[in-house]
Design a protein around this ligand. Structure first.
Ligand code: 5GP
Length: 199
C-alpha cells in the first residue's frame, strides 16, 4: 500500500484552518487529522485529546528531549508540537495526514519530510481576518492585536508553500484542498513501479 500524504495546512490565526481541516476529516475516513500538543490553557469548549493534548511546559520539554515530536514551535507565548508516532502510523496505514500548524512548524516538516505538501490558507482580506477574530471572541484586545501582527508576518511566508487557497467560502476551500490531494497522489514520483503493469 502507498504511504499516505503528509499535508501541512498553515495560515494566520482566525483564517478558518480548523474549520476546513475538520470538514475534510469528516467527509473522508482516509484522512487523519493530527492532534497537537500545547502548553496553552484550554479555551472554553475545547476538549482534551480532541482539540489538543494540553500539557505543562515541563512535560512538553520532556517530549522534545525524547524526540517524540515531529516538529514543535513557540507560537505567541506557548509551545505547540506534533506527536510523531500517530503521524507515522496513519501514513503507514495509507491515510493522508493533515497537520494544522504554524509556518515555523511547516518549514521544519518540509526539512524532515521533503515529500510533504504545504498548503497556505489566505483570508479574503486583513479586514475580514480582523472581523473573524473579533467574532470568535477567544482573545482579549491585546492578544487579538498580537495575533494580527503575527498574521501579517505569516502572510509573507506563503511563497515558500506549495499551494495557496483563499478561504472565502469553506466548501470551496475544502474542494480545492481535495483537488490538491488528488493531484499530489497522481505525481509520477509517488507512483514508481507502474511500468510493471506493461507485461
Ligand atoms: P491556537 O492557539 O489558536 O489554537 O493556535 C495558535 C497557532 O498555533 C495556530 O497558527 C496553529 O496552527 C498553531 N499550531 C497548532 N498546533 C501546532 C503544532 O502542533 N505545531 C505548530 N508548529 N503550530 C501549531
Amino acid at each position: 500500500m502507498n504511504q499516505g500524504l503528509l499535508l501541512v495546512v498553515s495560515g494566520p490565526s482566525g483564517v478558518g484552518k480548523g474549520t476546513i481541516c475538520r470538514a475534510l476529516e469528516a467527509m473522508d475516513s482516509s484522512i487523519h487529522l493530527s492532534i497537537s500538543m500545547t502548553t496553552r490553557p484550554p479555551r472554553k469548549g475545547e476538549r482534551e485529546g480532541l482539540d489538543y493534548f494540553f500539557l505543562s511546559e515541563e512535560r512538553f520539554q520532556e517530549l522534545i528531549k525524547k524526540d517524540e515530536l515531529l516538529e514543535w514551535a513557540r507560537v505567541y507565548t506557548y509551545y505547540y508540537g506534533t506527536p510523531l508516532r500517530p503521524v507515522m502510523e496513519a501514513r503507514t496505514a495509507g491515510k493522508d495526514v493533515i497537520l494544522e500548524i504554524d509556518v515555523q512548524g511547516g518549514f521544519k516538516v518540509r526539512e524532515k519530510c521533503p515529500d510533504s505538501v504545504l498548503i497556505f490558507v489566505f483570508p479574503p482580506s486583513i479586514e475580514e481576518l480582523r472581523a473573524r477574530l473579533r467574532k470568535r471572541g477567544t482573545e482579549d484586545p491585546v492578544a487579538l492585536e498580537a495575533r494580527l501582527c503575527w498574521a501579517r508576518e505569516e502572510l509573507r511566508c506563503y511563497g515558500r508553500y506549495d499551494y495557496v487557497v483563499v478561504n472565502d467560502k469553506v466548501e470551496e476551500a475544502v474542494k480545492k484542498i481535495n483537488a490538491i490531494r488528488t493531484a499530489e497522489k497522481c505525481r509520477s514520483r509517488r507512483n514508481l513501479g507502474m511500468e510493471q503493469l506493461e507485461e
